[in-house]
Design a protein around this ligand. Sequence first.
Ligand SMILES: Cc1ncc(COP(=O)(O)O)c(C=O)c1O
Length: 383
Amino acid sequence: MGIYLDNAATSYPKPEAVYEAADRFSREIGASSGRGAYRNALRADGIIYEARASLAELFNVPDAARIVFTSCATESINLALFGTLSAGDHVVCTGIEHNAVWRPLKALERQGDIRISIADHLHDGTLVLESLWEAVQEETRLIVVNHASNVLGTLMPVEDIARGAQRRGIPVLLDAAQTAGLHPIDVKALEIDLLAFTGHKSLLGPQGTGGLYIGEDVSLRPVRYGGTGSESAREDLPDVLPDRFEVGTANAPGIAGLLAGVQYILERGLEAIVEKERRLTLHALQRLQDVNGVELYGPQDADRRVPVISLNVDWARAEELAFVLDDEYGIMVRAGLHCAPTSHRLMGTLNRGALRVSPGCFNEESDIDALANALGEIEAKFR
Ligand SMILES: Cc1ncc(COP(=O)(O)O)c(C=O)c1O
């Protein structure tokens, strides 16, 4: 299987129970949820209900119905942005946004609907919090925050942002694609208004799963219309959540797998996963800084980041390294811009990208050692 260190893109492998749950759903249940009263249709409903409830437990969401399933974080973010913003609105975002946020925001700006201001960061991704508040204007209707950069790994001070935004009466959309399942997120304590998450990264679910938590005070317009299996005689969408935002047939096999992933996290304990990932991050930072001619990006303090470590060396291009690591050592890492040009602009790597190493909760220190040793051998060949 090789050594997989690209968990920031998608987690692999998944817990065995995730494969089994998705497979069992397809083989033994198969029915469309929310559409029938026969036993298998009700079993499908039950699995989706349970998946929502387990996510609500993980994120401390008081009302699970306020979590709607989507196909990925990108879809959740599109719903949040196109569903809340209107002509004349102003948005403040961090300077490390993924294209999942940046492209919809720029599309809205091109349409002439919104204006965007971007907060400042230090070179390692640390947010300059005052710059975020200085960017706020009278028309600011949303603050968008990438919880952790998918390039620098840097965590944003969400508690401070949420508190400050609340004082100013501005809703916050948190992009938790890189943190859900590996960093605590308490929606109730934070009073976050919109939480976009993906199911296939640290929540350990299959690809094609994700969701959006919609706070009670948020007025969200649907962006997609269609059948919900409820109030079918009505021409408009049902008012009730989650139906209002879940149109068409659900990805029930995927959601069954996601439920197994979240159950795995709840059973193993998020704290245990956080601690393991912290240990791996620390080990990676220590081993990789010994590679000759290396530049490591992001904070050097493991407590201020997630296990996403980008680097460049002065003796090879990131793409070459990624190719040789896979081809000769079976080590899978990603090179390039990682859909986040904003972070690369900050790092000064927009023209060359970086090599990204992202261990997951099933990696061990020995995987990092294998990577560091391989980089040492590759250097000897390249020099
Ligand atoms: C910070 C961030 N936001 C959003 C996304 C998009 O996630 P998805 O591919 O599940 O839509 C990613 C994926 O890499 C990400 O890292």
